[in-house]
Design a protein around this ligand. Sequence first.
Ligand SMILES: Cc1cc2nc3c(=O)[nH]c(=O)nc-3n(C[C@H](O)[C@H](O)[C@H](O)COP(=O)(O)OP(=O)(O)OC[C@H]3O[C@@H](n4cnc5c(N)ncnc54)[C@H](O)[C@@H]3O)c2cc1C
Ligand code: SF4
Length: 330
Amino acid sequence: MLRLPRFRYLRPKTAREAARMAAELGPRAMFVAGGTDLFPKLKRRQFDIDTVIGLDFLPREIHNGSREVAIGAGVTLAGASIDAHLNKNFRGYAEATGLVSSPPLRNVGTIGGNLCVDTRCNYYDMTYEWRKAAGFCMKKDGDICLVAPSSPRCWAVSSSDTAPMAMALEGMVSLSGPEGEREIPVAALYQDDGILYMTKHPAEVITWLHLRPAPGTRSAYVKLRRRGSIDFPIAGAAVAAQLDGETVISCRIILSAVASHPLEATAAEAFLKGKTLDAETIREAAEMAAKPAKPLDNADLSHFWRKRMVRVVVEQALGRISDQKAGFDG
Ligand SMILES: Cc1cc2nc3c(=O)[nH]c(=O)nc-3n(C[C@H](O)[C@H](O)[C@H](O)COP(=O)(O)OP(=O)(O)OC[C@H]3O[C@@H](n4cnc5c(N)ncnc54)[C@H](O)[C@@H]3O)c2cc1C
Ligand code: SF4
C-alpha cells in the first residue's frame, strides 16, 4: 500500500493569508483543495514538500449575474455538473465538470483544483520505485525525457477537462497573491511546457472563475477516454460558438490532452466564421482542427489512434452545437 509522506498542514483563513504562507515557504509547500490530484501524487512521491496549505476558505457558491456566471473555486465538480443555470446556459462547462474522473472524486474535487491539475505522462504518473527502475525523467528526479530523449523539454500532457471548456467560453480567473488580487483570462494561465505548465506565480490562489461569453453562445464538450468513468481524457474537444440563425458569428475550439497546454484550433475557428454548420462544413472544420494536435506516446492507448480521433471528437462537439438551442442570453 502506498502511504502519504509526513507533512505539516496549515489552515489559513483567507486567500491572501494562504498566498503569503506559500510565498514564504516557497517550493516546500503546496496548496490543497479537494486533494484528489495532490494526495495520490504525494503517495507516489511526485512532489517533495513538507507543508500542505489548506484552501477550505474558498468560495463554494455560483453567482448567476446578467452578464456572467461567477463560480467559486471551492465549488465541487459534482456541484457544478448539476447546477441548473450552468446546464441551461453553459452546457459545455457543465458537461466537462460531469465527465471528470468518477462520482466520488467529483464530490470532493474542486473547479479551482481542476484548472491547476498537474500535466500527465505514462513515465511520470508512476510510483517512486517504478520511476527509479526506469531511470527517472526531467519532470521529477531525472534529467532526460524518456518519451523524446533528444528533446530539451518535457511533453507531459495537459489533462484538465474543464480548462479547455473555460477557455472556449472566454473564462477569466481571479487570482489572489501575496501582494494583491488580479484577474486574467483562463487562456493566459497555461503555457506549452510539461513542467512549468502554469504561468501564475506558485503562491497565487485561484479564487473565482468567471464565464462571460457573448450572448447566445452555445457550448459542448466531448471527451475520449478508455473507460466511461475514472479515466483522464486522452483527447477532447471544447467548443463554444455564437450563431445568428444557422450562421456562425464566432467559434472557439480548444483541444484537450493533445499538448502540454489546452490547444486552440485557430485555423478551424477562422474557417467556420460566416459559414453554416452543415455536415460538410463540420467535417472540413474538424479535419482542420485536428491538424495542430500532435499527441506523443505518453498517454493511454496508441498516439496514432488518438491523433485520428481528434477529428472525431471535434466533429461530434460541432454537431451538438448545431443541434443545440442558444445558451447564455446575456
Ligand atoms: C483516478 C483519478 C482520475 C481522475 N480523472 C480526471 C479526469 O478525468 N479529468 C480531470 O480533469 N481530472 C481528473 N483527475 C484529477 C482530479 O481529480 C481533478 O482534476 C480535480 O478537479 C482536482 O481538484 P482538487 O480540488 O481535488 O485539486 P487538488 O488535488 O487539491 O489540487 C490539484 C493542484 O491544484 C492546486 N490547487 C488546487 N486548488 C487551487 C486553487 N484554488 N488555486 C491555486 N492552486 C490550487 C494544488 O496545489 C495542486 O497542485 C483524476 C484523479 C484521479 C485520482
Ligand atoms: S514527457 Fe518526458 S520529461 Fe515529461 S514526464 Fe514524460 S518522460 Fe518525463
